[in-house]
Design a protein around this ligand. Structure first.
Ligand code: SF4
Ligand code: SF4
Length: 473
């Protein structure tokens, strides 16, 4: 069980592990203050976005979907197919550069303000815990006391609520993975007919429950690879949640508040060593030891220290968003060459991505000559046989699809119906013959152009090679 750990202990082990190597439970004090209010607003907006996104459809496409099993992806209602994998990769690279740029400039701001793990932990589960078990001291007391009726009631109620919410998160997670339509279908049909999905749902629920009931801040401290990147991305100019050690320590160091003492005269810093910034920290660290990998930039210590400073009549901002150089050299924020480099890469990649997104067709057709087949004479014409594949990436159906030979003139003879239907988000494959008068062919290998039409509207154009004998005309 915790208490605030001693001054130099942070060098030996992480805050969640005690001297015996066992788990040290963190009981953060309930945060309050200006930043916490902002974070609440941002968090609730993002939570709403996260929950609603898989259930919103634009042009029949789910707003966000990552169906890995069926390889169907939809990002901001743009459907992505395996054929668009290059776009998906670019969007992922942009995401990584964006997060890296943000880390270089603003430290781990993503973790404190945007990361779903922090939002669920701090703004959902932790708040429920405060509501049921009370603030830090009440929680410590409850955990230390015997298993009496009060403790059983509180703990069971908390575990039950945590389980229900974990189950809810698992459902949303599944809506991202399988598509919300399928999820709703399964809900209507009942679990008996969807045993596999129910098992997946229970596994996800179990994972989320384990994380929020027990693993908690260790996700950020131990498991998350992004946190480990901080060491290479941060420099003295990165803006981080920082303790102003110049102001807090001065010549004589920090010290408790002593009545009627003139701190300036004895050289004491502004830090009154109340340790409330540690008590409020969800990862249990002392920010006065400098930037640490465990700091998720949640700003709780800024709010807490500001409250303390207000109470003792000192200026706010002893802990604040600042760079190391701002604190030690009193330098203002500068946009460094590294930041400019990252921003340029991000800008170029985003430009390429937007360009490719708009150039991308809703329909993709491939027409290839049948392997092993050359050509045939059919009357006074030359005939080649092709296979085709048409992918409809949209959610709408195309009802009268047919091929037209655009260049040169000739006949297209599909095997099967000449006009066919392609359902939304589906693939149609088939075989067709193309017959061309040899006088219209330029060589033994002529590039030909086919148009794919839905009614009178051309939806895709494809080129392929047409073979003919060497001395054909
Ligand atoms: S809350 Fe502020 S005054 Fe109190 S220990 Fe932390 S830095 Fe010092
Ligand atoms: S040190 Fe401050 S900002 Fe960092 S995790 Fe702890 S409370 Fe949050």
């Amino acid at each position: 069980m915790t208490d605030i750990h001693e001054d130099d202990e942070f060098r030996d082990r992480i805050a969640t592990i005690n001297q015996e190597g066992k788990r040290q439970w963190i009981y953060p004090k309930k945060p309050a203050g200006k930043f916490y209010k902002y974070r609440q607003k941002v968090s609730y907006f993002l939570l709403l976005f996260l929950i609603v996104s898989p259930f919103v459809k634009i042009n029949g496409n789910q707003f966000l979907m990552f169906n890995v099993l069926e390889r169907k992806f939809s990002i901001f209602s743009f459907p992505f197919w395996p054929q668009d994998f290059h776009l998906f990769v670019i969007s992922m690279i942009i995401g990584v550069v964006f997060v890296a740029l943000f880390t270089v400039v603003f430290g781990r701001i993503f973790c404190g303000w945007i990361c779903p793990q922090t939002i669920f932990m701090e703004m959902v589960f932790r708040r429920i815990e405060y509501w049921i078990e009370g603030d830090r001291n009440a929680q410590i007391k409850l955990d230390k006391q015997e298993w009496n009726t009060e403790k059983i009631k509180k703990k069971t109620f908390k575990w039950f609520l945590f389980f229900i919410i974990s189950f809810g998160i698992a459902n949303v997670f599944l809506a991202y993975l399988t598509g919300s339509e399928k999820l709703l279908e399964m809900v209507t049909e009942g679990p008996v007919n969807n045993e596999g999905t129910l098992i997946a749902l229970l596994i996800f629920t179990g994972v989320f429950y384990f994380i929020y009931i027990w693993f908690r801040e260790q996700v950020c401290i131990i498991a998350c690879p992004y946190g480990r990147l901080q060491g290479v991305l941060l420099d003295n100019k990165s803006i981080i949640v920082a303790y102003d050690h110049e102001r807090g320590e001065k010549e004589a160091g920090r010290g408790k508040l002593i009545k009627n003492e003139d701190r300036a005269e004895v050289g004491k810093g502004d830090c009154i060593d109340c340790k409330l910034c540690i008590a409020v920290c969800p990862t249990g660290i002392d920010i006065r030891n400098g930037t640490q990998l465990e700091c998720i930039n949640c700003t709780a210590c800024i709010d807490e220290c500001n409250t303390v400073m207000n109470k003792v009549g000192l200026p706010e901002g002893l802990i604040r968003y600042a760079s190391e150089d701002e604190i030690t050299k009193k330098e203002k924020f500068v946009f460094t060459a590294r930041m400019k480099g990252y921003a340029a890469v991000l800008f170029i990649l985003t430009g390429i991505f937007i360009g490719m997104l708009f150039l991308r067709n809703d329909v993709e057709a491939t027409v290839l000559r049948l392997p092993g087949q050359l050509y045939e004479h059919k009357g006074n014409k030359i005939s080649n046989v092709f296979t085709y594949k048409i992918i409809n990436k949209t959610a709408k159906d195309f009802n009268s699809v047919h091929f037209v030979l655009e260049n040169p003139e000739g006949d297209i003879k599909p095997v099967g119906k000449p006009v066919f239907k392609i359902k939304g988000e589906s693939i149609v494959q088939g075989t067709l013959f193309i017959e061309i008068d040899p006088v219209l062919l330029k060589s033994d290998k002529t590039k030909i152009t086919l148009g794919v039409y839905d009614g009178n509207k051309r939806i895709e154009t494809e080129t392929t090679n047409f073979l003919a004998p060497r001395n054909f005309n």
